[in-house]
Ligand binder design. Structure first.
Ligand code: MG
Ligand code: MG
Length: 264
């Protein structure tokens, strides 16, 4: 189901998104070589609960943690673990917060220490493709306009778009309609309407678009084990221009002038 949100509901999502943005920033301070990914999960859960929220992911379809932490060739849905981050890794941190009955959802991929230019360019392109999608998320557009904008931007640069996983509506449920694919055709798909709240989340690969699921039933990785990046915002469709409800501002206060920085 697609639920159009009232202004009051959108304001509740914004409150949730503020806690989410700050939880991401708390985590960002620990994103460095030598840190186990499960440490990051502890930091996020603590911050979210201390601020009156509930981690949206924990227990969602039995997901075991507050963060999806996806390193290198893992596209999304990685489990926090004893894995120790090391120089040259990239790590996608995906987080959701439920507060006052409403979810917010966002993701950011960080380079750890020195990564190759090839990998840094993948991160920048993936982040930019998110904003290319957001630019199309206004009232009256078709979903395909948004999807095409993401796909076209990254494919022009030689990257590939994961097909099996897509963005989604966000609201009282973490995943609502509509689906928000990162590939598609201009002029096709549902018409976007003011008040639709959607998570746009390009998952972009260096090599093949093909992905596989690990035996844990969650972890999605690239079939060729080349790196994959992921950025996500929750936005509301408005007349003329989407409004971004989640924020990277707190993250980027932490990452400014460090090796964690990803340009957009
Ligand atoms: Mg997410
Ligand atoms: Mg999402």
């Amino acid at each position: 189901m697609i639920y159009l949100k009232t202004e009051e509901e959108i304001n509740l999502i914004k409150v949730s998104a503020q806690v989410l943005g700050k939880a991401h920033a708390e985590v960002a301070q620990w994103v460095k070589p030598g840190v186990a990914t499960k440490k990051l999960d502890t930091i996020a859960e603590q911050y979210i609960r201390d601020n009156g929220g509930i981690p949206s992911f924990k227990g969602f379809n039995n997901f075991p943690a507050s963060l999806c932490i996806s390193v290198n060739e893992v596209v999304v849905h990685g489990f926090p673990s004893n894995y120790i981050l090391k120089d040259g890794d990239i790590v996608s941190i995906d987080c959701g917060v439920k507060l006052n009955g409403f979810h917010s959802d966002s993701a950011y991929t960080y380079p750890i220490g020195e990564v190759s230019k090839e990998v840094m360019d993948l991160l920048t392109a993936t982040k930019r493709s998110l904003y290319k999608g957001i630019e199309q998320a206004f009232d009256g557009q078709r979903m395909g306009d948004l999807s095409f904008a993401v796909q076209n931007y990254v494919e022009e640069r030689g990257y590939t778009v994961v097909r099996e996983l897509v963005g989604h509506g966000v609201g009282r449920d973490l995943h609502e309609g509509p689906e928000v694919p990162n590939y598609g055709k201009r002029g096709k798909g549902i018409r976007l309407k003011e008040g639709m709240v959607i998570a746009i989340e390009p998952m972009i690969n260096l090599g093949t678009k093909s992905v596989m699921q690990e035996r844990d039933g969650w972890t999605i990785r690239t079939s060729d084990r080349k790196y994959s990046a992921h950025f996500e915002h929750t936005v509301v469709v408005r007349k003329g221009k989407a409004e971004i409800l989640t924020t990277f501002d707190y993250i980027e206060k932490v990452t400014a002038n460090t090796s964690l920085m990803v340009e957009a």
